[in-house]
Design a protein around this ligand. Structure first.
Ligand SMILES: Cc1ncc(COP(=O)(O)O)c(C=O)c1O
Length: 329
């Protein structure tokens, strides 16, 4: 039994593990997908697994409002707003956008944020750099109004949130036959990677865990994932060690930048949809899948015989890019 912190069930789990028969044949490997896009409808994706632990702590502390932050079309912010509302709490979201005076259209995740009544505060990329201080200021403001805020870091990526992906590894360990496997995932703020790596270590599985970064670079993620994992090891007294050299990140697929697409990425999204009915998103899973496919094109054995792509969700990110995607169809 792993020493899980308290958790509120919010996600539809265990999510299925499905073979991708046609892409497996094309790439000459056994390719499976862990369908974490099926963790819920409005709650779809990886964030809800972290929120199960984070919001349990929020409720234990009698919070009535959750504060978090992300890019304008943040899946994490949308999942937080929906889950908070489901538990009877309010949410305030700090959303990064180039010009807050001209906020982005109400579409995709923003539409859902607004539907569940989240308070949206658009902030500049410069202010976003100091997001922890920005959220602390909002928390002070709410406290002064008699509210009880709970702050969640970007992406829900901290030691507590990482337990969500330890739990995902435990599910996978029940679903996969014994033997080697490589888990491939999109790295955006590091919590998913930290959880996957810790889960594999805690359960002593003979698996590799490989992240494809969708922003920043390899060094940034080795540090971010290392820090979250070390924080969890210390916080929960875990009997594992993690050297930074063990953190595998495949860099080189950020492309035009965070949340910016190139036609080749969008063409692969269309290809996966048409080959396997696999719906990837342009910001995270589409880029990670593109990175994985590009590496496999260079070397079939790059990730070993059996690869499990962790589908971390993000479907609502397709809609604000409808026009751009339509151009490659
Ligand atoms: C759909 C999707 N996939 C992957 C990620 C990356 O996960 P993490 O932030 O835990 O690295 C995110 C969020 O950042 C996401 O929304």
């Amino acid at each position: 039994m792993l020493p899980y912190p308290d958790r509120i069930p919010l996600a539809q789990t265990p999510t299925p593990v499905e073979p991708l028969a046609r892409l497996s044949k094309r790439w000459g490997i056994e390719l499976l997908v862990k369908r974490d896009d099926l963790t819920g409808a409005a709650l779809t994706g990886n964030k809800v697994r972290k929120l199960e632990f984070l919001l349990a702590e929020a409720q234990a502390r009698r919070a009535d409002t959750v504060i978090t932050c992300g890019g304008a079309q943040s899946n994490h912010c949308r999942a937080t707003a929906v889950a908070a509302r489901q538990l009877g709490m309010d949410s305030t979201l700090l959303l990064r956008t180039p010009d807050p005076a001209n906020p982005p259209p109400v579409d995709g995740n923003i539409l859902l944020d607004k539907l569940v009544g989240a308070e949206l505060r658009f902030i500049t990329p410069a202010d976003y750099r100091d997001r922890a201080a920005g959220m602390a200021r909002v928390a002070d403001e709410l406290r002064a109004r008699g509210r009880h805020p709970y702050v969640i870091p970007e992406g829900g990526s901290n030691a507590l949130g990482a337990w969500g992906y330890v739990r995902c590894v435990e599910e996978l360990s029940r679903a996969l036959s014994p033997g080697h496997a490589t888990l491939v995932y999109a790295a955006g703020s590091g919590g998913t990677g930290a959880g996957l790596i810790l889960g594999v270590k805690l359960l002593r599985l003979p698996w590799r865990v490989v992240g494809v970064n969708v922003c920043d670079d390899r060094d940034y993620f080795v540090r971010a994932i290392g820090e979250i994992a070390e924080e969890a090891i210390a916080r929960d007294g875990l009997d594992v060690t993690l050297a930074r050299e063990e953190i595998e990140i495949v860099d080189g697929y950020v492309g035009r930048g965070y949340a910016l697409s190139q036609p080749a990425e969008l063409r692969l999204i269309a290809d996966a949809a048409r080959t396997e009915a696999l719906l990837l998103d342009p910001v995270y899973t589409g880029k990670a899948f593109y990175g994985m496919a590009s590496e496999l094109a260079k070397s079939r054995s790059r990730f070993g015989e059996r690869v499990v792509f962790i589908h971390t969700g993000g479907i609502f990110g397709l809609f604000p890019k409808a026009q751009e995607i339509a151009e490659v169809l």
